[in-house]
Design a protein around this ligand. Structure first.
Ligand code: ASP
Length: 290
């Protein structure tokens, strides 16, 4: 999973879920182009942190996933978005929750990380801050978002968060996760995606982005669990990710993770029918699967 000659590595996801794999052609092509862009950036020496932000923006703008433009309305008919970005080398992290009115929550999360003393801003405070930082607004939600007027019961909710993990040619790891959350969620509901240690994490060992039913990833602290298993029990990343996911599943949820270790080994287990994902393989080629 590593482009060994250049010491870079990358994995991205467009959500885990119980969708029909045969209907994912557009997503497959899009994930390929995003991963190819990431490979070019990493080979050009761009930092892992900048790469995860830029690729997350491409995924948010696509309207093909439940993030950014593809976000669905909550039960009050409003669009509330969550995102997190984390730099493994410094442990710097920024996040936004229940953010309304901005195209790229991951950019606001990065600004929280770099321009506030805090880790997370939510709701009105996040919006005021995003406006101050000149983040791009959504002028007309009903025109901008692809999914309008969908109302579903909680147990029928869909998933489709996006995430990116990268290692740059200096060996630094970074992760980003961005989501519109669960379709039809209650107003004010915040899932795992913006929570460091639940749906997003990067440290010196591993970079992780999760997708699936967020409540269960929070109950299992899935991302933190993976890193802790590696640190405390010396568990190799693939086993650590699988064990953490099994614990999440035991709580009753489904979903998946993409995780990239210090050595460039990526692992991408999931418990749902599928998980849209792309990565750079050992020969430096981009691979995609759903
Ligand atoms: N984990 C996200 C959430 O619960 C949903 C997803 O992954 O699609 O908000």
């Amino acid at each position: 999973m590593t482009h060994t000659s250049q010491n870079i590595a990358l994995a991205i996801h467009g959500g885990a879920g119980n969708y029909d794999k045969a209907e994912q052609d557009v997503q497959i092509e899009h994930l390929r182009s995003v991963a190819e862009r990431g490979r070019t950036m990493l080979l050009g020496g761009v930092s892992a942190l900048d790469v995860v932000e830029e690729l997350a923006v491409m995924l948010e703008d696509a309207g093909l996933y439940v993030a950014g433009k593809g976000t669905g309305p909550n039960s009050a008919g409003e669009y509330e978005l969550d995102a997190c970005i984390m730099d493994g080398a410094s442990r710097n992290v920024g996040a936004v929750a229940a953010l309304k009115g901005f195209k790229n929550p991951v950019r606001v999360a990065r600004a929280v990380m770099e321009h506030t003393p805090h880790v997370m801003l939510a709701g009105n405070g996040a919006q005021t801050f995003a406006a101050l930082r000149n983040c791009t607004p959504v002028e007309n939600p009903l025109e901008y978002y692809i999914i309008c007027g969908v109302t579903r019961l909680p147990h029928e909710l869909d998933t489709g968060t996006i995430g990116v993990v990268a290692r740059d040619n200096k060996g630094r790891l970074a992760a980003a996760t961005s989501t519109g959350g669960l379709l039809g969620k209650m107003a004010g509901r915040v899932g795992d995606s913006p929570l460091p240690g639940a749906g997003c994490w990067a440290d010196e060992r591993v970079a992780i982005s999760c997708t699936g039913q967020g409540e269960y990833f929070i109950k299992a602290a899935t991302a933190a669990d993976i890193s802790a298993r590696m640190a405390y029990a010396d568990t190799p990343l693939p086993e650590a990710a699988k064990a953490a996911l099994t614990d999440m599943k035991t709580q009753g949820g489904y979903g998946g993770v993409i995780a990239l270790g210090k050595t460039g080994i990526a692992t991408m287990p999931y418990t749902s029918k599928g998980m849209r994902r792309a990565w750079i393989d050992a020969d430096g080629a981009v691979r995609v699967d759903v």
